[in-house]
Design a protein around this ligand. Sequence first.
Ligand code: ZN
Ligand code: ZN
Length: 494
Amino acid sequence: MGTRKNQASLTPAERAAFVAAVKALKAGGAYDVFVAQHRTAFLAGANDPAHGGPAFLPWHREYLRRFERALQQVDPGVSLPYWDWTVDRTPAASLWGADFMGGNGTGANRRVMSGPFAFSTGEWPLNVRDPGDTTSFLTRAFGAMGSLPTQQAVNAAKNVVPYDSSPWNANSSMNTSFRNRLEGVIHNPGHMWVGGSMMALSSPNDPVFWLHHCNIDRLWAEWQRENPGRLYLPPNGTPGVVAGHGLDDPMPPWNNEAAPPTPRSVLDHHALDYTYDNEPVSPQTVSLTIDASPVSASIGRAGEVDVFSFGVSAPGSYVIETEGTTDVVMGLYGPNDMGTFIVEDDDSGAGRNSRIARNLAPGTYYARLRHYSSSSTGNYSISVKGPAGQPVIPTIQVNGPAVQGTISAANERDIYTFTVTVPGSHTIETAGNTDCFLILFGPANPATFIAQDDDSGPGTNSRIVASLGSGAYFAHVRHYSPTGIGPYSISVRR
Ligand code: ZN
Ligand code: ZN
């Protein structure tokens, strides 16, 4: 599948290959056939199959793809580039370099004098012209007729639904016809800003036509992706629709082919065997092995979502956890259905990592990982621990000896358990020179918070005095400072 790239990111070799293929079509006569097809469509006036109606986008999609296939017969490595005029808005853009499209027109007749399409090269005479036009050289008049569309205008156009509306022509409301808004408010200004030959019915005489329309086609593809279910309009048999603009109408000038293209046949651009370089990659699922080493991963581009799966065969407690310095958010889905949400976690792990501990029934589960910030990227690793792989929680005997512990790494959290058999007031306390922070959970449920304390004990030690009923309790010990480490001991007295 060919990838249509932003023209600004083409290498010099890619620019040269595109120009060479275009010139080869011109030399062989095929290029002028394309120009004539565009002019013929316009000359049909009220019956124009390509402009001022719903098929504006499908017709040009088919037209561009045919031109691209012709280029690829010359050089299979060439794809159409697109010109994003919300970014490349000035005559100084590399688009207008002498190795690509050439520059602005000069003098009273606005003749293009630089680049591969200047008349002086002898390789770019305008043979197909509008009726009455005798100009045989390419002309441009940057900015004389208006300005290029802004990102804001593009966003506003892309927010319009549905695709089109009655009366299905240039009078369709800009607020209820995405097509007319894109055609009239975004597409037309591109022709006008370049000016000169781009203002003509024969506008494909300027090769930048293809880059401009490629961007329009890209915006339609984005709208389609962002509005799934919003299909092409109008349906077949809608009164007042010009021939060629209905969903299943054959589109002229290809309507006499054995299997003529219709608006429906071009709705999925991937089916036409091309893609755009900025399309999001649909996530691939990476499988995780329970109790294996963490798997390295990365949020490689802003907004990316990584998907992992793991199979649970024995019911029990599972811990899915990330490591690293990237602030990832994890959602857990399943069993056996990626659309069934279980729980999401942001920062329960060490640092800003995510950690989900959950009792899971047998089945396949899915973890979806994204960055907390939709504009950020970063590396992380992820692991799943099953019941066998989880560390045994050390037990503290009530009224027994203190248990020695150490916070040996930043963000470490040590967990202890103790069992209350005689209800009553209990004192949980740390000792030593480390500024410990203590958190108490239970009974029975390790996630039921009871109390926390920093410095109620001797020095900077922590102490919790609580009246506890029978059951199992869980004491978490961490350093007061996220980066602090040091030894301590912990005891429980009744
Ligand atoms: Zn056109
Ligand atoms: Zn156009």
